[in-house]
Design a binder for this molecule. Structure first.
Ligand code: ATP
Length: 238
Protein backbone atom coordinates (compact mmCIF):
# COMPACT_ATOMS: atom_id res chain seq x y z
CA UNK A 1 0.00 0.00 0.00
CA UNK A 2 1.30 3.47 -0.79
CA UNK A 3 1.10 6.37 1.57
CA UNK A 4 -1.17 8.89 -0.11
CA UNK A 5 -1.46 11.57 2.55
CA UNK A 6 0.39 12.31 5.74
CA UNK A 7 0.03 15.08 8.30
CA UNK A 8 2.90 15.49 10.72
CA UNK A 9 2.61 17.75 13.75
CA UNK A 10 0.21 20.17 12.07
CA UNK A 11 -0.92 23.33 13.85
CA UNK A 12 -3.57 25.46 12.11
CA UNK A 13 -5.00 28.81 13.12
CA UNK A 14 -7.81 31.19 12.28
CA UNK A 15 -6.07 34.51 12.85
CA UNK A 16 -4.60 34.18 16.31
CA UNK A 17 -6.93 31.40 17.37
CA UNK A 18 -5.44 27.93 17.20
CA UNK A 19 -7.86 25.32 15.85
CA UNK A 20 -5.54 22.34 15.32
CA UNK A 21 -2.87 21.13 17.74
CA UNK A 22 -0.12 18.79 16.65
CA UNK A 23 -2.22 16.76 14.23
CA UNK A 24 -0.52 13.66 12.86
CA UNK A 25 -2.37 11.16 10.70
CA UNK A 26 -1.90 9.18 7.53
CA UNK A 27 -4.03 7.76 4.75
CA UNK A 28 -2.89 4.93 2.51
CA UNK A 29 -4.06 4.47 -1.02
CA UNK A 30 -7.36 2.56 -1.13
CA UNK A 31 -8.46 3.28 2.43
CA UNK A 32 -11.62 4.85 3.80
CA UNK A 33 -10.47 6.90 6.78
CA UNK A 34 -13.06 8.23 9.17
CA UNK A 35 -12.57 11.29 11.33
CA UNK A 36 -15.12 11.71 14.10
CA UNK A 37 -15.56 14.23 16.89
CA UNK A 38 -18.03 16.64 18.46
CA UNK A 39 -19.06 20.04 17.07
CA UNK A 40 -16.09 22.35 16.88
CA UNK A 41 -13.51 19.61 17.47
CA UNK A 42 -11.58 20.65 14.37
CA UNK A 43 -12.70 18.06 11.80
CA UNK A 44 -13.56 20.54 9.04
CA UNK A 45 -10.40 22.51 9.74
CA UNK A 46 -8.38 19.32 9.28
CA UNK A 47 -9.97 18.75 5.87
CA UNK A 48 -9.47 22.37 4.89
CA UNK A 49 -5.83 22.14 5.90
CA UNK A 50 -5.45 19.16 3.56
CA UNK A 51 -7.11 20.85 0.59
CA UNK A 52 -5.23 24.13 0.99
CA UNK A 53 -8.08 26.39 2.11
CA UNK A 54 -6.47 26.74 5.55
CA UNK A 55 -2.66 26.77 5.69
CA UNK A 56 -0.88 24.79 8.36
CA UNK A 57 1.31 27.17 10.31
CA UNK A 58 3.62 24.42 11.55
CA UNK A 59 4.23 20.83 10.66
CA UNK A 60 3.94 19.11 7.33
CA UNK A 61 1.18 18.03 4.97
CA UNK A 62 2.56 15.50 2.49
CA UNK A 63 0.70 14.18 -0.53
CA UNK A 64 2.37 11.29 -2.33
CA UNK A 65 5.44 12.22 -0.33
CA UNK A 66 5.56 15.88 -1.48
CA UNK A 67 4.88 18.84 0.82
CA UNK A 68 1.64 20.58 -0.22
CA UNK A 69 1.24 23.10 2.58
CA UNK A 70 1.56 26.04 0.21
CA UNK A 71 -0.09 24.59 -2.86
CA UNK A 72 -3.34 26.31 -3.95
CA UNK A 73 -6.65 24.40 -3.77
CA UNK A 74 -6.95 24.52 -7.57
CA UNK A 75 -3.53 22.93 -8.08
CA UNK A 76 -4.44 20.29 -5.51
CA UNK A 77 -7.59 19.43 -7.49
CA UNK A 78 -5.38 18.97 -10.54
CA UNK A 79 -3.22 16.60 -8.49
CA UNK A 80 -6.20 14.55 -7.39
CA UNK A 81 -7.37 15.99 -4.07
CA UNK A 82 -11.00 17.01 -4.20
CA UNK A 83 -13.27 18.16 -1.39
CA UNK A 84 -17.03 17.96 -0.98
CA UNK A 85 -17.53 20.73 1.56
CA UNK A 86 -20.01 20.75 4.40
CA UNK A 87 -23.36 22.17 3.26
CA UNK A 88 -22.83 20.79 -0.28
CA UNK A 89 -22.51 24.13 -2.13
CA UNK A 90 -23.70 23.03 -5.53
CA UNK A 91 -24.54 25.68 -8.15
CA UNK A 92 -28.30 26.15 -7.57
CA UNK A 93 -29.01 27.93 -10.88
CA UNK A 94 -27.24 25.33 -13.01
CA UNK A 95 -28.77 22.05 -14.08
CA UNK A 96 -27.53 18.73 -12.73
CA UNK A 97 -25.60 18.13 -15.95
CA UNK A 98 -24.05 21.62 -15.89
CA UNK A 99 -23.02 21.12 -12.26
CA UNK A 100 -21.26 17.92 -13.28
CA UNK A 101 -19.55 19.73 -16.16
CA UNK A 102 -18.25 22.28 -13.65
CA UNK A 103 -16.64 19.44 -11.71
CA UNK A 104 -14.57 18.63 -14.78
CA UNK A 105 -13.41 22.24 -15.29
CA UNK A 106 -9.72 21.33 -15.24
CA UNK A 107 -10.09 18.51 -17.78
CA UNK A 108 -10.14 18.71 -21.53
CA UNK A 109 -10.62 15.03 -22.43
CA UNK A 110 -14.20 15.34 -23.68
CA UNK A 111 -14.62 11.58 -24.25
CA UNK A 112 -13.42 10.85 -20.72
CA UNK A 113 -15.69 13.53 -19.30
CA UNK A 114 -18.68 12.00 -21.08
CA UNK A 115 -17.77 8.54 -19.82
CA UNK A 116 -17.36 9.78 -16.25
CA UNK A 117 -20.67 11.59 -16.42
CA UNK A 118 -22.36 8.33 -17.40
CA UNK A 119 -20.46 6.60 -14.57
CA UNK A 120 -21.91 9.21 -12.15
CA UNK A 121 -25.39 8.68 -13.54
CA UNK A 122 -24.87 4.94 -13.00
CA UNK A 123 -23.89 5.52 -9.37
CA UNK A 124 -26.74 7.98 -8.82
CA UNK A 125 -29.65 7.01 -11.11
CA UNK A 126 -31.82 9.73 -9.53
CA UNK A 127 -29.43 12.33 -10.96
CA UNK A 128 -29.75 10.80 -14.42
CA UNK A 129 -33.52 11.15 -14.20
CA UNK A 130 -33.07 14.79 -13.20
CA UNK A 131 -30.18 15.79 -15.40
CA UNK A 132 -31.97 18.85 -16.82
CA UNK A 133 -33.32 20.01 -13.45
CA UNK A 134 -31.80 23.02 -11.66
CA UNK A 135 -29.55 21.97 -8.79
CA UNK A 136 -31.30 24.28 -6.30
CA UNK A 137 -34.61 22.49 -6.81
CA UNK A 138 -33.24 19.06 -5.82
CA UNK A 139 -33.96 17.57 -2.39
CA UNK A 140 -31.23 17.75 0.26
CA UNK A 141 -30.21 14.14 -0.37
CA UNK A 142 -30.12 14.65 -4.14
CA UNK A 143 -27.99 17.77 -3.67
CA UNK A 144 -25.55 15.78 -1.55
CA UNK A 145 -25.40 13.14 -4.27
CA UNK A 146 -24.81 15.87 -6.86
CA UNK A 147 -22.02 17.38 -4.75
CA UNK A 148 -20.30 13.98 -4.54
CA UNK A 149 -20.84 13.28 -8.24
CA UNK A 150 -19.47 16.70 -9.16
CA UNK A 151 -16.33 15.98 -7.15
CA UNK A 152 -15.96 12.62 -8.90
CA UNK A 153 -15.95 14.44 -12.25
CA UNK A 154 -12.53 15.82 -11.27
CA UNK A 155 -11.26 12.20 -11.14
CA UNK A 156 -9.99 12.46 -7.56
CA UNK A 157 -7.46 10.07 -6.13
CA UNK A 158 -8.31 11.38 -2.65
CA UNK A 159 -11.89 12.45 -1.98
CA UNK A 160 -12.51 14.56 1.13
CA UNK A 161 -16.09 14.38 2.39
CA UNK A 162 -17.26 16.81 5.07
CA UNK A 163 -20.35 15.50 6.88
CA UNK A 164 -22.24 14.05 3.93
CA UNK A 165 -25.00 12.89 6.31
CA UNK A 166 -25.80 16.37 7.60
CA UNK A 167 -29.53 17.11 7.73
CA UNK A 168 -30.55 14.01 5.78
CA UNK A 169 -33.05 11.28 6.60
CA UNK A 170 -31.53 7.97 7.78
CA UNK A 171 -32.54 6.08 4.65
CA UNK A 172 -30.88 8.64 2.38
CA UNK A 173 -27.78 8.64 4.57
CA UNK A 174 -27.53 4.85 4.23
CA UNK A 175 -27.84 5.13 0.43
CA UNK A 176 -25.12 7.76 0.29
CA UNK A 177 -22.80 5.74 2.51
CA UNK A 178 -23.30 2.67 0.31
CA UNK A 179 -22.29 4.75 -2.69
CA UNK A 180 -19.23 6.06 -0.85
CA UNK A 181 -18.17 2.46 -0.27
CA UNK A 182 -18.76 1.67 -3.92
CA UNK A 183 -16.75 4.68 -5.08
CA UNK A 184 -13.91 3.48 -2.85
CA UNK A 185 -14.03 -0.16 -3.87
CA UNK A 186 -14.89 0.08 -7.57
CA UNK A 187 -13.43 3.40 -8.61
CA UNK A 188 -10.11 3.25 -6.86
CA UNK A 189 -10.78 6.38 -4.82
CA UNK A 190 -9.32 6.86 -1.37
CA UNK A 191 -11.77 8.51 1.01
CA UNK A 192 -11.26 10.84 3.96
CA UNK A 193 -14.66 11.01 5.64
CA UNK A 194 -15.49 13.54 8.35
CA UNK A 195 -18.68 12.70 10.22
CA UNK A 196 -20.75 13.42 13.28
CA UNK A 197 -22.73 10.27 12.54
CA UNK A 198 -20.00 8.18 14.15
CA UNK A 199 -21.91 4.93 14.08
CA UNK A 200 -22.37 4.76 10.32
CA UNK A 201 -19.02 6.35 9.51
CA UNK A 202 -17.16 3.78 11.60
CA UNK A 203 -19.12 1.00 9.92
CA UNK A 204 -17.86 1.91 6.45
CA UNK A 205 -14.37 3.11 7.40
CA UNK A 206 -11.24 0.97 7.56
CA UNK A 207 -9.42 3.05 10.16
CA UNK A 208 -10.53 6.03 12.15
CA UNK A 209 -9.32 9.00 14.16
CA UNK A 210 -11.16 10.69 17.01
CA UNK A 211 -10.73 14.43 17.60
CA UNK A 212 -11.38 16.48 20.71
CA UNK A 213 -10.61 20.18 21.13
CA UNK A 214 -8.34 20.38 18.09
CA UNK A 215 -6.36 17.26 18.96
CA UNK A 216 -6.40 13.64 17.87
CA UNK A 217 -7.11 11.61 20.98
CA UNK A 218 -7.58 8.12 19.54
CA UNK A 219 -6.76 6.23 16.39
CA UNK A 220 -7.46 2.60 15.57
CA UNK A 221 -9.23 0.33 13.13
CA UNK A 222 -12.91 1.22 12.84
CA UNK A 223 -13.87 -2.22 14.13
CA UNK A 224 -11.98 -1.60 17.35
CA UNK A 225 -13.23 1.99 17.68
CA UNK A 226 -16.81 0.70 17.45
CA UNK A 227 -16.25 -1.42 20.54
CA UNK A 228 -14.06 1.08 22.40
CA UNK A 229 -15.80 2.06 25.67
CA UNK A 230 -14.77 5.72 25.42
CA UNK A 231 -16.10 5.98 21.83
CA UNK A 232 -19.27 4.09 22.70
CA UNK A 233 -20.05 6.47 25.53
CA UNK A 234 -19.09 9.75 23.86
CA UNK A 235 -20.04 9.21 20.21
CA UNK A 236 -22.29 6.21 19.81
CA UNK A 237 -24.79 7.03 22.54
CA UNK A 238 -24.39 3.58 24.12
P1 ATP B 1 -18.55 20.91 13.05
O1 ATP B 1 -18.89 19.49 13.10
O2 ATP B 1 -19.44 21.76 13.92
O3 ATP B 1 -18.36 21.48 11.68
P2 ATP B 1 -15.69 20.66 13.34
O4 ATP B 1 -15.17 19.54 14.16
O5 ATP B 1 -15.67 20.50 11.87
O6 ATP B 1 -17.14 21.03 13.82
P3 ATP B 1 -14.24 23.08 12.89
O7 ATP B 1 -15.30 23.68 12.01
O8 ATP B 1 -13.00 22.59 12.26
O9 ATP B 1 -14.86 21.93 13.78
O10 ATP B 1 -13.88 24.17 13.99
C1 ATP B 1 -12.76 24.05 14.88
C2 ATP B 1 -12.60 25.34 15.67
O11 ATP B 1 -12.22 26.40 14.80
C3 ATP B 1 -13.89 25.79 16.37
O12 ATP B 1 -13.55 26.31 17.61
C4 ATP B 1 -14.41 26.89 15.45
O13 ATP B 1 -15.14 27.85 16.17
C5 ATP B 1 -13.14 27.47 14.88
N1 ATP B 1 -13.36 28.02 13.52
C6 ATP B 1 -13.84 27.33 12.45
N2 ATP B 1 -13.90 28.12 11.35
C7 ATP B 1 -13.46 29.34 11.75
C8 ATP B 1 -13.29 30.60 11.10
N3 ATP B 1 -13.55 30.73 9.79
N4 ATP B 1 -12.81 31.63 11.83
C9 ATP B 1 -12.51 31.48 13.14
N5 ATP B 1 -12.65 30.33 13.82
C10 ATP B 1 -13.12 29.27 13.14
Amino acid sequence: MTRLLELKGVNSFYGNIQALYDISLHIDSGEIITLIGANGAGKSTTLMTVCGVVQARDGQVLYQGDPITRVSPEKLVARGICQVPEGRLIFPELTVQENLDMGAFLRNDSDGIRRDMEMCFGLFPILAARRKQQGGTLSGGEQQMLAIARALMAKPRLLLLDEPSMGLAPLVVRQIFEIIQKVNAEHNTTIFLVEQNANLALKIGHRGYVMENGRIVLSDTCDRLLTNEQVKKAYLGL
